[in-house]
Design a protein around this ligand. Sequence first.
Ligand code: DSN
Length: 414
Amino acid sequence: MNPIESVDPAIWDAIQHERKRQQTGLEMIASENYASSAILAAQGSVLTNKYAEGYPGKRYYGGCEAVDDAEKLAIERAMKLFGAEFANVQPHSGASANMAIYFASLQPGDTIVAMSLAHGGHLTHGMHLNFSGKLYKVHHYGVKESDGLIDYDQVAALCKEHKPKMVVAGASAYSRIIDFARFAEICRDNGALLFVDMAHIAGLVAGQQHPSPVPFADFVGSTSHKTLRGPRAGFILAKKEWGPKINQAVFPGLQGGPLMHVVAAKAIAFKEALDPSFAAYAAQTVANARTLAHEFLSAGHTLVSGGTDNHLILVDVNARGLAGRQAERALDAAGITVNRNGIPFDKRPPLDPSGIRVGSPALTTRGMKETEMRQVARWMVEVLAAPEDQAIINRVRGAVAELCMSFPTPHEHA
Ligand code: DSN
């Protein structure tokens, strides 16, 4: 018997419920994935018992020899995987990684230029309710209405006018390649630092399916759990000269003891991503998203930017008379999990926007390829054409469960 089952049956039930949901449904939230059993095991290991404030060789606690080894491996592997000069693997999350980057390089009141959340950016890129929007003066750029692509001319114009200390590139709902060289050029022209938040595309960068921001950026912030398929956590890469300031900003600046079980799990994730098989995974993730895009377009749907170069598509369901929330609910009832999402220039409110964001990373981890993507997209199109039709939803739900049985998740029994 699993110890959780005997100690806390209620939590065991919740875990089993979630395990079943993950196994029998199609996980298409673009920021989610299935970590390997080794990663799950590291997170459930005795390393959770250890305090290790500080850094390898410079801790504020005794008994850190073993966790020092784990953290050194995580750092070395992160640097090797991304060709970075410096890595800090302690941030608990992407948001805290981003916070440490700001704290290491900016003062409250400094000016930043970043992508608007409403156009695909992130909360930590200066959204007014987030610390980043409260501490810094923010000027937001977005995408062009004509083609849905980042308006690099607007970035340049904002930099020329406001002379920001930092430009933030990176997005959580943008389906095209981001031109980091262009961002770097704009930063050079205006004396600004470049911070790239690559959380969404980290696995594609690791698998050489998206140009790397590392050669161009002063700082790269990331999560490890999205396309990179590791534990839920964050990490930072930077130019070597920023290393001491970043380390200080993470600890003691904003965190206490690092989660050493998660740091060890990050080390495993970097090792997995260094394996040649990971590039094939990343390539299939992009190919699968392209197939989804093709099927949605063939069915007459509107996609922001007209397609995808990465792991996600943004579907404007409002163009077909649906609200995002209604689309999310109908698909959920059919066993297909997506999230409603604002689209650029959205006329609907953020809580019930016009779009849905659909991603391929988790299904690709299950081994699904183009054939399955075509089938899945057709089911989605069918449900979206009749979101209140319970008979269609039930039929698709059954077919989804059957498909899932042929593509087990990596932790059926973990
Ligand atoms: N919440 C994440 C996402 O879904 O994209 C970003 O942090």
